[in-house]
Design a protein around this ligand. Structure first.
Ligand SMILES: [Cu+2]
Length: 488
């Protein structure tokens, strides 16, 4: 039987064959198959791991923020609480650290990929950066917990309605896992900390159907950007408190404060599990692209020592010595995305209808897309083409506290269940908050829906935008730069 050590990739030769003494562990059986198995937080073993996590977070919160094994240092590695668009607060905090602690903070703080001012470029590294972050965080938590078999539990909020509730230790005000900055009661639920079902209807795993890891083009939608929006960004929106007057009290809803809530790491453990599930379904990572595989990021191990690690070494969980209790199957049925489509035809994308400047408010709105002169939108979409709904330049001044569900081709006045067949998607505000002037883009595969509408003779479908959660916060001014229907 081989035991894994996660230091394997720090110094491959020096530590080859090293093993940890699991035999005395009460949870040792979990390793029998070779490697750590990350459990569902609601399973019996997940509950044991959660108690260890609570203990470790308590220990780590007691450490100095300049110590790479402290909770705050780990939080700041994602982003320091301050502006999401600059390094001002990071530099101020580093200037106050003892000089010996500055280089690690300089190398690691504010390095999260896929967020911040460079998000459009760094989304390429969103998945591997967060996998590496979680991997070293888990190592630090394991050491702090005193239990060598500790593995991060994941929170699968879509497992059942019961499991969509934030696990109770996170909701206990006496626990180091508690955070008061979560969606409060009355908007319109009973509040995340009061046991509300968090995902609501808009969270889904449709991203698992997308065959391409990444693309620099808006269409077709790719896995990296789509998982970043749903479930990743939307769950951030739904857990945090977007009604706080100070953005530093937004909790999970805001990049600089997100990792301050210990549920962050269980959410990202689920995102990592979905990535592993997407690979298990036969989809390929861009391993042969040196821009991806040779990219390096700095992390600290359980001894607090920093090193640079290669993205290319973090593409397969089994070779990293861990797996998941359960992988997620590809969702069935005609959700947003028709099926695991073959690569789209190699033709140029053409806009078949669009509308610029859409202000989002408190009431349901229908948006008429305008086709190019002499065209009739879907009727003129190329034969056998795929159709995408593209949202460009989603902007907010501050968090609106409202989610906007988007539908295509719904009959006038349809509500509730009558609207459901026309659902396209819900853009998250997680990336847009704290990014004044920077618009976020989203694209959704609506091919199945477009074909159905065409068959019904609706060649000029309208877009319906339904706000959920009341009126947007005063001064939040949510708006979309442009909505288009694209045929390719
Ligand atoms: Cu996140």
């Amino acid at each position: 039987m081989t035991h894994f050590t996660r230091r394997k990739f720090v110094a491959t030769t020096a530590l080859a064959g090293a093993s940890l003494p699991f035999s005395g562990s009460i949870f040792g059986a979990a390793h029998a198959a070779g490697g750590y198995v990350r459990p569902n937080v609601y399973s019996p073993r997940g509950q044991d791991m959660l108690k260890l996590y609570e203990k470790a977070v308590g220990v780590m919160r007691g450490r100095h923020e300049g110590d790479p094994t402290s909770y705050d240092f780990q939080w700041y590695t994602h982003w320091v609480p301050g502006n999401a668009s600059d390094n001002v607060t990071k530099n101020e905090k580093i200037a106050k650290l003892p000089p010996s602690l500055r280089p690690a903070a300089q190398a690691m703080w504010n390095t999260c990929q896929g967020h911040g001012a460079e998000a459009k470029k760094t989304i390429f590294y969103f998945l591997p950066w967060h996998r590496m972050e979680l991997y070293y965080f888990e190592e630090i938590v394991r050491a702090a917990s005193g239990e060598p078999s500790f593995t991060m539990p994941y929170w699968n909020y879509l497992e059942s309605e019961k499991e969509g509730v934030l696990p109770d230790l996170f909701r206990d005000p006496k626990s180091p896992l508690y955070n008061p900055n979560r969606r409060p009661p009355g908007h319109p639920g009973k509040g995340v900390n009061n046991g509300e079902w968090v995902p609501d209807s808009e969270v889904n795993y449709e991203c698992l159907k997308l065959p391409d890891y990444y693309s620099t083009e808006a269409v077709p939608p790719n896995f990296s950007s789509s998982i970043n929006n749903n479930p990743h960004g939307i769950m951030h929106d739904l857990i945090g408190d977007p009604y706080a007057s100070n953005p530093l009290d937004y909790g999970m809803s805001f990049i600089p404060t997100a990792a301050g809530d210990p549920i962050f790491f269980l959410h990202h453990c689920n995102i990592d599990r979905l990535w592993a599930s997407w690979n298990a379904a036969g989809n390929k990572n861009p391993d042969d692209d040196p821009k991806w595989a040779d990219k390096k990021f700095t992390f600290a191990n359980a001894q607090g020592r920093t090193a640079e690690y290669l993205v290319g070494k973090y593409t397969n969980t089994e070779s990293l010595g861990y797996s998941y209790e359960k992988l997620e199957p590809v969702p069935k049925g005609g959700g947003q995305v028709a099926s695991l489509a073959k690569a789209p035809p190699p033709r140029a994308a053409a806009t078949v209808g669009s509308r610029a400047g859409v202000k989002l408010g408190a009431t349901v709105m229908t948006v008429t897309l305008v086709p190019p002169p002499g065209h009739a939108m879907l009727r003129d979409a190329a034969q056998g083409a795929r159709t995408y709904l593209v949202i460009e330049g989603l902007k907010v001044v501050r968090l609106p506290g409202v989610q906007y569900d988007i539908y295509l081709g719904a009959p006038k006045g349809a509500t509730g269940d009558a609207l459901k067949p026309y659902y396209v998607g819900t853009p998250s505000f997680f990336e847009a908050a704290g990014m004044p002037g920077m618009g976020q883009d989203f694209s959704f595969d609506v091919s199945t829906l477009a074909d159905q509408l065409k068959q019904q003779g609706n060649t000029a479908p309208q877009v319906t935008i339904v706000p959920k959660g009341g009126a947007p916060n005063k001064g939040s001014n949510p708006q979309i730069g442009r909505i288009s229907l694209v045929s390719q």
